[in-house]
Write a protein that binds this ligand. Structure first.
Ligand SMILES: [Zn+2]
Length: 139
C-alpha cells in the first residue's frame, strides 16, 4: 500500500479485517475454512491456531518419514502456497473462486506429490484411511 501497488489494507477475502500475515494464515474465515478442511483430510480435527503456533505445531508433528508425517508437511506447504496464490489472484486478477475450489487444488497437488510414495502393500488402517481422504491409490 505504501508503494501504491494496492489501494487498500483490507483483507482480499472481503472479511472486513486488516491484511496482515497472521490474519491471512489462518485467522481469516476464508483461509481458516480451507486450513480446517485440509486438517480434516489429514485426520486432524481441531481449529486452526494463530499463525506462529500453527507453524510450531506442524513442525513438531511432521517429523518422521511415515505417511501421516509426510502428509502433514506436504499439505501444510501446499495449503500456504495455494492461499498465497489466491491472495495474489484477488489482488491482481479480479478472480473469486470459492474456498472449495482451492481445497480441490490443494488435494490434487498433495495427491500428485504423494501418490508415488504410498505403497499399497503393508498399508496400516490409519494410512489406508488417509489415502481414502486424499484419493491416493484407493483401489
Ligand atoms: Zn480476511
Amino acid at each position: 500500500m505504501s508503494l501504491g501497488i494496492v489501494d487498500t489494507d483490507e483483507c482480499v477475502f472481503n472479511c472486513g479485517d486488516k491484511k496482515i500475515y497472521a490474519h491471512l494464515f489462518f485467522a481469516c474465515p476464508y483461509s481458516s475454512y480451507i486450513w480446517s478442511s485440509v486438517l480434516n483430510l489429514c485426520s486432524i480435527y481441531r481449529h486452526p491456531l494463530p499463525w506462529l503456533e500453527e507453524i510450531q505445531r506442524m513442525v513438531e508433528h511432521s517429523k518422521g518419514k511415515q505417511l501421516p508425517h509426510r502428509l502433514r508437511k506436504v499439505a501444510f506447504g501446499t495449503a500456504i502456497y495455494h492461499i498465497w496464490l489466491e491472495r495474489n489472484r484477488r489482488c491482481f486478477q479480479n478472480s473469486y473462486p470459492p474456498p472449495q475450489e482451492i481445497i480441490r487444488k490443494i488435494q490434487g497437488d498433495v495427491w500428485a506429490k504423494l501418490a508415488g510414495f504410498v505403497e499399497r502393500r503393508n498399508r496400516s488402517e490409519r494410512d489406508h484411511s488417509l489415502c481414502i481422504n486424499w484419493g491416493i491409490n484407493t483401489d
